[in-house]
Design a protein around this ligand. Structure first.
Ligand SMILES: [Fe+2]
Length: 243
């Protein structure tokens, strides 16, 4: 981290370590058609970190209510689908826990349908599932969500294109420079090889960091399957952004 007090009481800014380039999605990846329209045409300009990147935005406890982490209890009935528990730790680039920071998720329902005006996939909406939740990490950087496993869904990228099942994650971390928006996948998905969003990350090891691990320890008997998904903000081992 990245802000140090000096002897005269002033703050000295140290830059966060940068990502390994191959561990992040390519801004231009032809199989992912949207990147053809939005990729920068000129080389990026690398800016040094300044104080503004290590101050805010910081979201406080008042934005999260008890129960916001449980997407299966937001309506009068239970959503359809396979109940799951997603747990993990939020770590910085030195492996230290990142406590008391906001994690938000959103996802499709078990049929692969988002509750969104622009989702016209002909799969049913679930009246008992909205698909969004949030929580704060505890003092050890740990978090947990209860939800249902999202379904795969088709998209318009190419002929017969389907997204692997995934949960979107948004994390603020302690500073603007630690902001992360990404997607968590499920182990063994047959769609990985055909998904240009997943494949747009050149480094195979970095891609694997987006796949949760099935975990019998957090699986609750007669209730829900457990998955572990640790997230690293910044540095060489950072969890990749979504493309
Ligand atoms: Fe999605």
């Amino acid at each position: 981290m990245e802000k140090q007090e000096t002897r005269d009481g002033t703050s000295k800014v140290r830059a966060y370590r940068r990502h390994a380039p191959e561990s992040q999605p390519s801004s231009l990846y032809e199989p992912y058609r949207a990147t053809l329209r939005r990729a920068p045409l000129k080389p990026l300009v690398v800016l040094p970190h300044t104080l503004s990147e290590i101050t805010g935005p910081v979201f406080g406890r008042e934005t999260v209510s008890e129960g916001d982490h449980d997407l299966t209890r937001q309506h009068t009935g239970e959503p359809l689908g396979e109940r799951i528990i997603v747990s993990g730790r939020l770590l910085d680039d030195h492996g230290r826990p990142v406590p008391h920071t906001l994690i938000e998720i959103w996802q499709a329902n078990a049929g692969g349908r988002y509750r969104h005006d622009r989702d016209n996939h002909p799969a049913p909406l679930d009246p008992n599932f909205s698909g969004a939740g949030r929580t704060l990490t505890d003092k050890n950087g740990a978090y947990q969500f209860v939800t249902i496993k999202p379904g795969a869904y088709p998209w318009q990228n190419h002929e017969n294109s389907w997204r692997p099942a995934h949960i979107h994650f948004s994390i603020f971390g302690p500073a603007f420079a630690t902001r992360l928006v990404t997607q968590m996948y499920f182990p063994g998905d047959p769609l990985f090889a055909f998904d240009p969003i997943f494949q747009s990350i050149p480094d195979e090891k970095a891609r694997q960091r987006l796949i949760a691990r099935f975990d019998l320890q957090t699986t609750k008997p007669e209730w829900a399957l457990g998955y572990q998904f640790d997230i690293v903000l910044r540095g060489r081992e950072a969890t990749p952004f979504e493309a």
